[in-house]
Design a protein around this ligand. Structure first.
Ligand SMILES: Nc1ncnc2c1ncn2[C@@H]1O[C@H](COP(=O)(O)OP(=O)(O)OP(=O)(O)O)[C@@H](O)[C@H]1O
Ligand SMILES: [Mg+2]
Length: 500
């Protein structure tokens, strides 16, 4: 592949020298050198817990480093608070979205510089400019809408729009596409291209290797807080990046397993919910039923509705051929249905509880056990920490001190442990590194092997096509079709998703 951008003579904008950072029980970064040039897109790659977010949080003043220093345009700078870095022209979209749900979309975008007219908020200008900025990221929302009402993808796009509202020299994106679909992602990529073209230095974090090939000029690899290598994207191959990252080659990403479709495990008939109508499908035991849709198609509401988190107005849900009434999640769990949400940190994790207790939550909820059995807890949590390589100092560590991806793994293991008859997952590998991804794929296929039914809502096309047996595509609240995964293509799925 040819070099993407001509960076000859481009000067270094941001440089980190010898950064080290420790947290209780973990050395997150050790002597890290890192730099990014004007107009360059540098990708940071590394397993969950490798130190990527910690590095960028130091670059933007959220954390202070224990050792080392930062230079911006050749001048040594100490950012003691995020605002310092922001005023210096460093714009960041963090992995954890931070927004105020109770104020409007427009107010969130202009949080720090609300347009005024004299002492008053210039409401017209606020809304007009919010619309303009949203249009850049392909969003067409009412600027007066409360942010809390937006979907995860919309929130993520708004977060990006917020940064674009400022003048930046350095743009840092920490897994910005984790909840975006292909169309939204492509829109973001052209924006990043444009920003780089205007001379902005970009630092990009993603676990999706395809994105790095599409976007980056150079990849810097972190392992256990140490820079273990860097490579120009033109010289890099997938295999090479993976082995630089995990220290071994990965033989199979998608396990091929002979599937034996069984009886229908979950049947949904004429279901009309908050964001879809007249939804009907049947998912079989021993198979993976994939669900795909673009923003607003209603696909994200299927899981929460079947799981009893959202109410349905009409329709029928059958498990194992028997009609079930699902009014709340406990009904669903008793019927053998489990649901793993996408926005796990908000919906799934008790932040100040330990990793162990977080893994055990649904185990206890379902069994109604009064007795706390230390040995079982120890065994189960140790199993998942090992299986999904959850990086944590101990099982007793608070979940909030784990890296984003490791938090995801904790919530996921809680549901996998239940081995429910029907497991619905929303974005099962969001934010998860390739090594653990392959492990999750294996676990899902193993569940199929045990005759369980897996329903997977994903915006990741390779995952959808390679893991599913059948794929249901939705558009504007309706089913556009259910296709055999082996006989379909990315193009066909996308065509259906846009309503064609
Ligand atoms: N606030 C904190 N308190 C304690 N430990 C922390 C804190 N933030 C990060 N860590 C630890 O530092 C290490 C690096 O975490 P970091 O968030 O930088 O990883 P990451 O590379 O961004 O991973 P991911 O891909 O999962 O987002 C991890 O072991 C994590 O548990
Ligand atoms: Mg991170």
């Amino acid at each position: 592949m040819a070099q993407k951008r001509n960076l000859d003579g481009a000067e270094v904008v941001l440089r980190a020298v010898g950064l080290s950072k420790s947290f209780p029980g973990v050395k997150a970064l050790t002597n890290v050198d890192f730099s990014v040039r004007k107009g360059e897109v540098v990708a940071l790659l590394g397993e969950n817990g490798a130190g990527k977010s910690t590095l960028i949080k130091i670059l933007c003043g959220v954390y202070q480093c224990d050792e080392g220093y930062i230079e911006l345009e050749g001048v040594r700078r100490a950012f003691t608070i995020p605002l310092d870095a922001k005023s210096a022209g460093i714009g960041v979209v963090h992995q954890e979205l931070n927004y105020v749900p109770t104020i409007s979309v427009a107010e969130n975008i202009f949080m720090n510089n609300i347009p005024r007219r004299g002492p008053f908020v210039d409401q017209k200008r606020l809304e007009r400019e919010a619309r303009e900025i949203m249009a850049k990221v392909g969003l067409d929302l009412d600027p007066r809408m409360l942010l809390g009402k937006c979907t995860v993808a919309q929130k993520q796009l708004i977060e990006i729009a917020k940064v674009l509202a400022e003048k930046v020299k350095v743009l840092i994106l920490d897994e910005p596409t984790s909840s975006l679909n292909d169309v939204e992602t492509e829109c973001l990529f052209s924006l990043v291209d444009k920003m780089a073209g205007m001379g902005v230095a970009v630092i990009y974090i993603s676990h999706k290797l395809d994105e790095l090939f599409r976007l980056a000029d150079r990849v810097v690899v972190l392992r256990d807080g140490v820079v273990t290598g860097q490579i120009g994207i033109a010289e890099a191959s997938r295999e090479q990046l993976i082995s630089m990252m995990v220290g071994r080659t990965l033989s199979v990403m998608y396990p091929q397993q002979l599937i034996v479709p069984g009886e229908v495990a979950l049947e949904v008939k004429g279901l009309t919910g908050p964001a879809f109508r007249d939804l009907s499908f049947a998912a079989r035991k021993g198979t993976i039923f994939g669900i795909y849709g673009l923003l607003g198609s209603g696909h994200l509401e299927v899981g929460p509705t079947v799981f009893g988190q959202l109410n349905y107005a009409a329709g029928e849900i059958k498990v194992d051929g028997a009609a079930v009434k699902i009014a709340n999640p406990l009904d669903a769990m008793k019927a053998g249905i489990a649901y793993v949400p996408a926005e796990r940190k908000v919906e799934g994790l008790v932040l100040n509880a330990s990793v162990r207790n977080n893994i055990m939550v649904s185990y206890y909820a379902l069994r109604r056990k009064r007795l706390i059995d230390k040995a079982t807890e120890k065994r189960i949590s140790a199993k998942w920490i090992e299986n999904l390589s959850i990086k944590t100092p101990t099982a007793g560590t608070a979940a909030e001190s784990l890296s984003g991806g490791n938090q995801q793994k904790v919530v996921l293991s809680r549901w996998l442990e239940l081995e429910p008859e029907v497991l619905i997952l929303n974005e099962p590998t969001r934010g998860i590194d390739v090594g653990a991804k392959a492990e999750i794929y294996r676990i899902l296929k193993d569940l199929c092997g045990l005759g369980k039914c897996v329903i997977m809502v994903t915006s990741e096309m390779p995952e959808l096509l390679n893991m599913s047996d059948e794929i249901m595509v939705m558009h504007e609240g309706k089913v556009m079709g259910i296709v055999d995964a082996k006989e379909t293509s990315q193009e066909q799925v996308l065509r259906m998703a846009i309503g064609g």
